[in-house]
Design a protein around this ligand. Structure first.
Ligand SMILES: [Zn+2]
Length: 99
């Protein structure tokens, strides 16, 4: 499954997949679910979760400046507050949109 088109429309990312289906993802929800190690934490080999202090998110945190494809399997999102370490895979986006 690959996106045929990705657009930011208002407060959402709209993805049209190559099978013709569409997903709409709210930017704020995506930012709150950012899968990067800083936001989601990182598990060690024992399964212990290490997580930094929760960041204060403001209006800029939910504004998407731009996005760029990563390795054909994901997009990297660049947020208004400078955060850009979250890599969102197609699978992750598809799943998030269906919840
Ligand atoms: Zn993050």
């Amino acid at each position: 499954m690959q996106p045929a088109d990705i657009q930011v429309i208002g407060h959402e990312i709209a993805i049209r997949w190559d099978d013709g289906t569409e997903s709409f993802l709210n930017l704020e929800t995506l930012r709150r679910r950012c899968p990067c190690a800083g936001c989601a934490g990182e598990k060690d080999v024992m399964g212990n979760l290490y997580k930094g202090p929760t960041k204060q998110l403001g209006t800029a945190s939910f504004q998407l400046r731009r996005f760029t494809p990563v390795g054909g399997y994901a997009i990297q999102l660049f947020w208004g507050d400078g955060h850009n370490t979250g890599i969102f895979s197609w699978e992750y986006l598809k799943r998030a949109a269906s919840e």
